[in-house]
Design a protein around this ligand. Structure first.
Ligand code: NAP
Length: 280
């Protein structure tokens, strides 16, 4: 199976390196070509050129329109029987649209968004939630196991993205809770590293506290996960929630907070920059 990777951003780069380490990477494409230089595999100037040469195309790019643009481009050249796995976070509607475009070319599309941050991408320990044909997932699994530790088939096309939307709502709540609690702890004059250390070992311990607590309280907001990308995800969640008539007030508040931070020029910072609005 020849595997090609499209998108070498904060997430895609770690994924491609792990695929290369496992001897499973055949080809790479990135819009900014300089990022492909470290790879000793075939590199292409166009995504459609890559798609013509491989059996499995992995995509990890920013947003809905980027995924659709790429799928439309690769549909021109991709071989029937190939599998396209989208690891980006986009809407379920986009997953269904992409699947329909590729089905016309006898190509199977899987929506397979991931969670676990850039650390998970770097270490190959991501959690992956997959929607689409289960047999295609089993074919692609050896490649996907190089980038994810937990791979769960959820259901039909779009169900991976719906699961990721639930994950992103949860991340919004965790971000609100951790930034608010640490700003409170600092206001009490506590030694913040000790606070993070002890809370991490108790019932309120969580990944975000352990990985972003120490940095945010030193005003370090290097991504990580760009705030503007989480904002994009929460807008998707709002649309899906409205369609299902369910309220997501925590996510709504986080969207308002992120928009304030983006207007102030912090959109490229890590989501822990929410701490800027909480601290004294
Ligand atoms: P990123 O660092 O901003 O990288 C985005 C990548 O997409 C870059 O390689 C970029 O190419 C490429 N790209 C964007 N628009 C494109 C287009 N129209 N055509 C071709 N390539 C395009 O983003 P990231 O953090 O890797 O996130 C990628 C996806 O994973 C997003 O959907 C995000 O929501 C999701 N995600 C991120 C995290 C995280 O912690 N960062 C965690 C889970 C999921 P250039 O290099 O040319 O700009």
């Amino acid at each position: 199976m020849k595997v090609g990777m499209i998108g070498l951003g904060a997430m895609g780069l770690g994924m491609a390196r792990n695929l290369a380490k496992a001897g499973l990477l055949t080809a790479v494409y990135n819009r900014t070509t300089a990022k492909t230089l470290e790879f000793k595999v075939a590199t292409y100037d166009l995504p459609e050129a890559l798609a013509a040469e491989v059996d499995i195309v992995l995509i990890c790019v920013s947003a809905d329109q980027d995924v659709i643009g790429l799928v439309e481009a690769i549909a021109k050249t991709i071989k029937p029987g190939s599998i396209v796995v989208d690891l980006s976070t986009v809407s379920s509607d986009t997953a269904q649209k992409a699947a329909a475009i590729l089905l016309k070319k006898e190509v199977i599309f899987l929506d397979a968004p991931v969670s676990g941050g850039v650390e998970g991408a770097k270490n190959g320990t991501l959690a992956m939630m997959v929607g689409g044909n289960i047999k295609a997932l089993e074919k692609a699994r050896p490649a996907l196991e190089a980038i994810a530790k937990r791979i769960i088939h959820i259901g039909d096309t779009g169900s991976g993205q719906a699961t990721k939307a639930a994950n992103q709502i949860m991340c919004a709540g965790i971000n609100q809770a951790v930034t608010e609690a640490l700003a409170f702890a600092q206001s009490q004059g506590l030694e913040i590293d000790k606070v993070i250390n002890v809370i991490s070992g108790g019932a309120a311990g969580n990944w975000f506290l352990e990985h972003r607590g120490y940095t945010m309280t030193q005003d370090i907001f290097t991504p990580g996960f760009k705030l503007a990308l989480h904002h994009k995800d929460l807008k998707i969640c709002q649309t899906m929630a409205a369609q299902s008539d369910i309220a997501i007030p925590l996510a709504d508040m986080t969207v308002i907070n992120y928009e304030q931070l983006m207007n102030d020029g912090y959109g490229d910072e890590d989501i822990s920059a929410l701490y800027r609005l909480k601290k004294l």
